[in-house]
Design a binder for this molecule. Structure first.
Ligand code: FE
Ligand code: FE
Ligand code: ZN
Length: 279
């Protein structure tokens, strides 16, 4: 039997969990993403346990796994100790909060080494992860594939593999592949998807791939830019993205749109991608 195509988008968590679930359903989504707190960091709102419980029962009935996103300003491998400390505190708190929604994913950007070098950066990321992952937690952390802009770590599959290699709690760590980011990093998912997925499997392992961010790109292959475009309006194009989400090796993984859209736009893109015939 064909696996379910889980498609959704990045929602605002301003009105709580249950409101997100309702909005996602009304957009035709069967998964979604949300920031665990203000995307620029800051203090997290208290969780209302009843609100989390309401979403939990919706997840059981209507959704595949959810893909929460850490604030994108976190930098676990900053050269400033207070910035690294903030990443540590924030991720510990977020993982505690994720326990209200057990069995889902917590995606984060590995970080930027800001001139300290890739190896030093990877060591700091691994140390942080080994510090914060508890064997009893019910959340899997996901490293996002990055475009490699600036001194970002995670722009190559080798860097992601090196982080995974250093993490002791192997069952609690995986990867989320972002189509805009890998394309901007130089992986030709439009021209040679099989080749890219083979390379990923060889270097990281397809069993580590748990979620997908689905975005078109405003920039050419290998540009190291990271600017998302709406589906079909960028350098990847609808066909490349349609083939990607329907590739047998990726079947059943939650697909999250992070395109520049409003509610109606996301609803349209979900319809467009569900209707896409890869045959
Ligand atoms: Fe991201
Ligand atoms: Fe992303
Ligand atoms: Zn991005």
């Amino acid at each position: 039997m064909a696996k379910t195509l889980y498609l959704g988008y990045h929602l605002s968590s301003a009105n709580g969990f249950e409101a997100m679930g309702r909005e996602a359903i009304s957009a035709g989504a069967n998964t979604f993403a949300f920031f665990t707190r203000n995307p620029r960091g800051g203090k997290a709102k208290d969780i209302d346990p009843d609100d989390a419980k309401a979403l939990r029962s919706m997840v059981e009935n209507a959704f595949g796994p959810l893909v929460a996103h850490a604030p994108y300003t976190l930098n676990p491998c900053s050269d400033k100790p207070n910035v690294r400390e903030f990443a540590h505190i924030c991720m510990v708190e977020d993982l505690e909060r994720m326990e209200y929604l057990p069995g889902n994913y917590y995606n984060f950007h590995p970080g930027s080494h800001v001139g300290q070098g890739v190896d030093a950066g990877i060591t700091m990321i691994v140390d942080l992860l080994n510090d914060i992952i508890s064997p009893s937690q019910n959340t899997i952390l996901l490293l996002e594939t990055m475009s490699g802009k600036g001194s970002e770590i995670g722009g190559t599959f080798e860097e992601l593999a090196a982080i995974l290699d250093g993490v002791k709690q192997k069952d609690h760590i995986g990867v989320c592949m972002d189509t805009c980011h890998v394309h901007d990093a130089g992986y030709d998912i439009a021209g040679d998807l099989d080749g890219v997925l083979d390379a990923f499997d060889r270097i990281v392992g397809l069993d580590k791939l748990k979620a997908l961010h689905i975005n078109d790109s405003k920039n050419p292959l290998g540009s190291h830019k990271d600017r998302h475009a709406c589906i079909g309006e960028g350098t990847l194009g609808l066909d490349a993205i349609g083939r990607f989400i329907n590739h047998p090796a990726l079947a059943g993984l939650p697909c999250i749109l992070e395109t520049p859209n409003d509610f109606e736009g996301y609803k349209r893109e979900i319809q467009l991608l569900r209707a896409y015939d890869a045959g």
